[in-house]
Design a protein around this ligand. Sequence first.
Ligand code: AMP
Length: 372
Amino acid sequence: MIQLHDKHFEPFISSDEIDFAIQNMAKQMDDDFFDEVPVFIGVLNGSFKVVSDLMKYYRGMCEVSFVKLASYEGTQSTNQVKQLIGLNEDLEGKTVVIVEDIVDTGNTVEELKAIFKEKKVKHLKIATLFFKPDAYKKDIKLDYVGIRVPNKFIVGFGLDYDGLGRNLPDVYQLAIENLNTQMINIVLFGKPGAGKGTQADFLKEKYNLVHLSTGDIFRYNIKNGTELGKLAKTYMDKGDLVPDEITIKMLQSEVDENPQAKGFLFDGFPRTIAQAQALDTFLNSKNQEVTATVALEADDEILVQRLLERGKTSGRPDDQDEEKIRNRYEEYNQKTAPLMDYYKAQNKFKAVNGIGSIAEVTERLSEVLDQL
Ligand code: AMP
């Protein structure tokens, strides 16, 4: 057992196993590129170990380079826009092999593919030492995979936990003992306009949680014209729920992008029984669970007026039209309200009066959360 920062990790994959996997990858590549001079491009920081060992075993002629992906816009939970640093070579007409330490959701691979497409390379291949098939959400083919790993948080051999652990020769996983006890995952419930977003801003600071608002993430995607945004817009503008399949996938990749989180504050998710079940399964796969759900209760008529008021300044189309607002309540009553029984059955449901000053409501919520 080792400790990095506040967490304990236990041995998971030995350096021998890793070495064997890298030898195999090198052998396959030697076979595939026997008449070519490929350019291996490692994605820093994590890939420095795998590239170094791969080059120890790759026998053919090749070039080696490294790049770094950096985000230049976006918030913590919607880290969408990336640019490449460090690529000086002309890659036109060359066979390029991107070497990753780990592929999980596939977001980085997708971004790299898009960037390299513009470089007019001859062939673009993707190699990764570790691959998490259960977390992978893309249909981009991975050409070389060293070791498949379950959807767990791992460190070592290039992979870090908050900066530490990259130099470890073996790979470690989070020890079960420090899961469950350390994380609190809160679902904030409430009809549109009940003040979830406002309260979430306070609670995330107070309890050191990562705030995931599905509504905000959809709006961010709409603003940036992403495929996800285009898909979601048609539903959101009418006040309908976005289909479960899309929403669940998106939520899972947001959680996966925050492996260091001390806990999550889910705001606007889950909104259907299928989403709640998916959240339970997903968190269980990480030895986590929903700690509690807290509902902000308020009278419909007060909320409709609040939303119409908000719509005057928020610019949100779904806040400006009473019919759409009523449709959102209809969706809530039909699809979201049954979740209260779902969580009551698990003894995880608490309700709080959502009417009062912001500070009063925060105080009521804190009383509930302090007891967890
Ligand atoms: P909100 O900002 O939470 O009120 O969400 C605004 C809109 O985003 C909703 O009316 C839905 O169209 C969509 N949305 C947000 N969260 C979900 C979810 N969990 N499931 C389906 N649709 C959602």
